[in-house]
Ligand binder design. Structure first.
Ligand code: ZN
Ligand code: ZN
Length: 445
């Protein structure tokens, strides 16, 4: 999310673009004030919710307590809640007369990693993941999203004389493994419940709080998971001539595969491959029989993706052949597709959010992370996915000037959003985006 750095450095000042007010059909300034008052009054409860979820995160498809907590919150607001949609997902419906159905999605899951923020509400929880014990942490900020989601629901219910239609708030499991959106769809999300007319989701990132970034068109990358098993022949570390060393083959592959990026792919096109895990061996003096690699491949365009997959496979086979080893097992699993933001939905929200956020509402290049929110879009829901910042502006500026430390990004053990202004921005931006879609629909567009 480094690409946020430069645009935000240009101007830090709040600049409400009052000249744009005329383009917005709803009273954005009035609504913004009403939302701010509502969030301020609700904040102590939202803060407690955020810190509880943060301290007790749950991994993909295990979000049982998290889902139960959100279900209780939504029922208390008058939503009709259905649990266990797509294993641990929730669907919360609120009907308020004739009008479109608008979906707002949050994720539920956390990451198998240790939190090292030292915060009073940091997670110390552990669980078992892929057969190993691991810490669990909300280091992607899905807890910020859940809290903003509840806050948005509360605010929209409070403003129900301002809109007509149906709210469809969904809490999706297993975003981090790219499986939760598919699971909800397979469990009848758009058949047991009405397919929404529009959809919205937000994600936090390491830029200043109070800022919102967005774009029409491609918003995030295609994701593929890579699994390779290099086969060797185990033996004594002191007699490598009698072995085929799979650790060395793996090491060679890890370095050589980057030449697919630097020498085969068009340098002007986005594509990245990262090896995130390597498992092999048990002791310093034993050459193991095999070595396992797990990685991720990210691209924007199908032709770049095809070229990279072919290059990665060829490089793996060549690395094994150089050691006269058997061919490796290679498995590439297609994950989330790129999120395509609908230009009309974005244009409608843009008019309102520009008035509300002024210069703090900005376009940004597509993000290189991936998002299975794309599943809902590809199932036919025109949508907008946008980002909100989490850090103090001064720290952000200092980090970019080189006068302060780097700010931890999502998936860092040190990722630590400043809760109040981040959640308040999430609620404000999401509430206004939803209201913009209801308003546009009400005016017959
Ligand atoms: Zn994540
Ligand atoms: Zn995330």
């Amino acid at each position: 999310m480094k690409h946020f750095a430069k645009p935000f450095l240009v101007s830090a000042a709040l600049c409400v673009a009052t000249s744009l007010t005329a383009h917005a059909e709803i009273d954005v300034i009035g609504l913004k004030a009403a939302i701010e008052t509502s969030v301020e009054a609700d904040y102590p409860k939202l803060d407690a919710l955020y810190k509880e979820i943060h301290a007790h995160p749950e991994l993909a498809f295990e979000e049982v307590k998290t889902a139960a907590r959100l279900a209780a919150e939504m029922r208390a607001l008058g939503f009709e809640v259905t649990e266990k949609v797509g294993k641990t997902g929730l669907v919360a419906i609120y009907k308020n007369g004739d009008g479109p159905t608008i979906m707002v999605r949050t994720e539920l899951d956390a990451l198998p990693m240790e939190e090292k923020t030292g915060l009073a509400y940091a997670s110390h929880d552990k669980t078992t993941w892929n057969g190993r014990e691991t810490f669990v942490a909300h280091s992607c900020g899905h807890d910020i999203h859940m809290t903003s989601w509840v806050g948005t629901a509360k605010t929209l219910v409070g403003l129900k004389d301002q809109w007509h239609g149906t709210l469809m708030f969904i809490a999706q499991p297993a975003e981090e493994i790219g499986a939760g959106a598919k699971a909800m769809l397979a469990d009848g999300l758009f058949t047991r419940f009405k397919k929404p007319d529009f959809g919205f989701a937000l994600h936090d990132g390491p830029f200043p709080y109070g800022y919102v970034s967005y774009r029409a068109g491609i918003g995030s990358s295609n994701s593929d998971s890579l699994f390779i098993k290099f086969h060797g022949r185990g033996g004594h570390g002191a007699a490598p001539q009698r072995t085929i060393d799979p650790v060395m083959i793996a090491a060679r592959f890890i370095v050589d595969v980057q030449s697919v990026i630097s020498r085969e792919k068009d340098p002007t096109e986005f594509g990245v491959v990262s090896i995130g895990a390597i498992h092999g061996g048990t002791a310093e003096n034993i050459i193991p029989d095999d070595a396992l690699l797990f990685g991720t491949i990210r691209t924007f365009k199908p032709e770049v993706r095809a070229k990279m997959l072919a290059g990665i496979e060829r490089t793996a086979k060549a690395a094994a052949a150089m050691s006269d080893a058997p061919a490796p097992d290679i498995k590439i699993t297609e994950g989330a597709k790129a999120v395509m933001n609908d230009p009309a939905v974005v244009a409608t929200a843009e008019k309102v959010l520009k008035v509300a956020f002024g210069d703090k509402f900005r376009t940004s290049p597509p993000g290189t992370p991936s998002e299975d929110f794309s599943e809902f879009i590809n199932a036919g829901v025109p949508s907008m996915f946008f980002n909100i910042g989490v850090y103090e502006l001064e720290r952000f500026v200092a980090a970019n000037n080189g006068t302060g430390p780097e700010l931890p990004s999502n998936h860092s053990p040190l990722f630590a959003p400043v809760p109040k202004p981040t959640i308040e921005t999430g609620v404000k931006a999401m509430t206004l985006a939803v209201l913009s879609a209801f308003d546009q629909h009400a005016r017959g567009k």
